[in-house]
Design a protein around this ligand. Structure first.
Ligand code: URA
Length: 429
């Protein structure tokens, strides 16, 4: 095959054959297709799309570029095979759900191999959050991961370099060529990693709204349907929820402060939306894994989920009881008027948290563990002029000004009696 011919086919709205797709992914991973050629092909795919068969083959070729993990040796105490289930969120602001969810699902005898990433841009990364815990480490070997899944039942760690290496190279290229937003490329990127990871079932939390990748519901639905089809084709029991990301989840966006809120949820408290989404996703994961009659809410109330959390953190070198880092400086934003808080924009809060040091602009940047935004009211709350709405946290106070700029239009306060147009659950696919 010739890379230029393949680019021309997609440029002219044609369909690539399975052999052409296999060759393309393999040649690019080996360095036989140049970045500029792959960039041109990605742009043609973004503009002209791919059909389901092409997306499916593209995903399979990315899986074949690396190793596949295998959890079939995991056993329950009675000797039966331990089912596995994983969750993937397309990313949002204040989305710390993985932290309480993984131990919660493990309570019911389902192993949760949660491979996670770091934050880039305004959405946070699960690994950055957990690294706020003194001693905790993200990097585990495959053997350590398997042992922890057997003993503790839940692991949250970094994906190893061997998993879908084609995607690592391709994602970095898409990032700098304006081609991240293509649904076939997003769906194949996410699903290649999840299928290669070897989970038996998967629940996708596809975010919709200002703080999400997908701003509108129709595109989010198309992404969700594409990913569910890819999962099912590969024998992974997959469902997707569409959930709202117009406002942050919970009352915190940052690293240590999100761990603190997650621990509140594990202790049976925490903000309603975080609890609701954690429980709903747990129910979906357990159903996908074939577990019936589980009551996740009870496991949050009675300490079983917290026990698994403590063991999971300790198994990765962390001290779950250690004090979390606290930002050195804080700055309060007050309500400008009396009324009902009807909007608190997720994107604005995400950008503010990022600018305060919770996130990174470049892959090599360090994040500040204590930085972020603590919210004091959620949409629907009655507020009074002069009341604190948000506290900005950072170690570097020169960052306050640009964080405040990001929040300039983040808040809408309407007359008393108004209701915010927010529902957390949008649909299930
Ligand atoms: N997350 C991924 O892993 N890949 C994408 O393409 C987009 C989001």
């Amino acid at each position: 095959f010739d890379a230029v011919d393949i680019i021309r086919i997609k440029r002219d709205k044609g369909v690539l054959s399975p052999a052409q797709i296999d060759w393309t992914i393999d040649a690019y991973t080996r360095g036989a297709i140049a970045d500029e050629q792959m960039a041109a092909l990605n742009m043609a795919i973004l503009l002209n799309g791919m059909d389901r068969a092409e997306i499916s083959r593209w995903t399979a070729a990315m899986i074949a570029s690396g190793e596949r993990m295998d959890f079939s040796s995991l056993r329950r105490p009675d000797g039966s095979v331990k089912p596995t289930s994983d969750k993937h969120s397309t990313g949002g602001v204040g989305d710390k759900i993985t932290l309480p969810l993984a131990p919660l699902v493990a309570v019911f005898g389902v192993a949760v191999p949660q491979l996670s990433g770091r934050g880039l841009g305004h959405t946070g990364g699960t690994l950055d959050k957990l690294e706020a815990i003194p001693g905790w480490r993200a990097a585990l070997s495959n053997e350590e991961m398997l042992a922890q899944l057997q003993d503790v039942g839940a692991v949250i760690c970094a994906a190893g370099a061997g998993l879908a290496p084609a995607d690592k190279k391709l994602y970095a290229l898409r990032d700098v060529t304006g081609t991240v937003e293509a649904i076939p490329l997003i769906a194949s990127s996410i699903m290649s990693k999840k299928i290669a990871e070897g989970t038996g079932s998967l629940v996708l939390d596809v975010k919709v709204g200002s703080g999400a990748f997908m701003k509108d519901e129709a595109r989010a639905r198309e992404l969700a349907e594409t990913m569910v089809a890819l999962g099912k084709d590969a024998g992974v029991n997959t469902v997707a929820l569409l959930t709202n990301m117009n406002t942050p989840l919970g009352l915190t966006a940052g690293n240590a402060i999100e761990v603190e809120e997650s621990v509140e949820v594990l202790a049976g408290g925490g903000p309603d939306d975080v609890v609701e989404l954690t429980v709903r996703l747990a129910e979906e994961m357990l159903a996908c894994a074939g577990v019936r009659d589980a009551d996740p809410r009870a496991a949050l109330r009675d300490g079983r989920a917290m026990d698994v959390w403590n063991r999971m953190i300790e198994a990765q070198g962390g001290d779950p009881r250690a004090a979390l880092p606290v930002a050195r400086e804080s700055d309060v934003i007050y309500a400008p008027a009396d009324g009902v808080l009807v909007e608190l924009d997720a994107m604005a809060v995400g950008v503010a948290a990022w600018r305060l040091g919770a996130g990174r602009a470049r892959k090599e940047d360090q994040v500040q563990a204590g930085a972020g935004v603590r919210m004091h009211a959620k949409p629907g709350a009655l507020v009074r002029a002069g009341e604190p709405l948000m506290t900005l946290l950072t170690d570097t106070p020169e960052k306050f000004e640009r964080a405040r700029d990001a929040l300039e239009h983040a808040v809408v306060i309407a007359p008393e009696g108004s209701r915010p147009a927010q529902r957390l659950m949008i649909d299930r696919i």
